[in-house]
Design a protein around this ligand. Sequence first.
Ligand code: UDP
Ligand code: MG
Length: 311
Amino acid sequence: MKITILIPAYNEQDNIAPLIQALDIAKSDMPDYQWEYLFVNDGSTDGTLSILEALHNERDDVAYVDLSRNFGKENAMLAGFDYATGDAMIIMDADLQDPPSVIKDMVLKWREGYDDVYARRKSRGRESWLRKQLSLTFYRILQGSTKIDILPNVGDFRLLDRKCIEAMRKLRESGRYTKGLFTYIGFRKTAVEFDRNDRTQGKSSFNFGKLFALAMEGITSYTTAPLRLATLVGVLVSLLAFIYMVYVFVKALLFGDPVAGYPTLMTVILFLGGVQLLTIGIIGEYLARVFNEVKQRPVYFVRDYKETKKQ
Ligand code: UDP
Ligand code: MG
């Protein structure tokens, strides 16, 4: 039985050595398995690639895929699914935020017959209050608008059986929200719990803008509920407008009110204009995604692939 450990790496030169060290310790507990460390170098601009080259030459269990530029973690993971050779795969961050000590629990669950063993964070490591709150709000919105469970406090850190890897490989959309896709494919899932560490070296490459983009991707690639919301708002506003119209009519006809127009007209026009722009914006978000998907561009390009040496 072979297990691939997939590690997407973007500018992680200082993290790779400690990570490999920790992984070696973790796997020494599980001698029954063959291991493959598969790195995906996601267009790093630091020394990551040369470190990977050296590792590949030194050891017979290190493979790497070198992407032609930075495609982002979601795409890098798809490259990993395509190139993994194991019967199962564990996806980990390069920065040691996902503790290798959890791997053993995952493998045990896998042997029990689970196909997708995801790690659930008991704590999230050092993170700003704002980021934590925004992240929780995002999950609440997402959860409220779809029937399929998206689990909070679960990241990409998980073990996937070959069946799941093959399923993930079939989902080749370019607007990728991998966490939603894991849920989408189904299969037998279970959780293991862990405490998330702080990043050891360097800093997170996910700033607020990137996280917001990922959240938008999550919502729009997962649910069309906002479009329905736009319809609902439209119906509601029309209804209110109709009631108000009747009110103005009755007031003018029965009570001879002279109907002072300007303020009311302004408010109604501005309000409706706002609602219309918002709705067009929502439609635009989806339209942009349709535009990107119909181009059917490959999700990543590979500059180089070095497989593990024959073990
Ligand atoms: N990563 C990547 N491509 C990117 C950004 C990040 O492959 O464009 C990798 C990164 O090297 C790390 C993982 O994705 O292994 C998680 O990134 P990071 O630690 O920056 O994210 P966070 O832990 O803050 O969510
Ligand atoms: Mg991290």
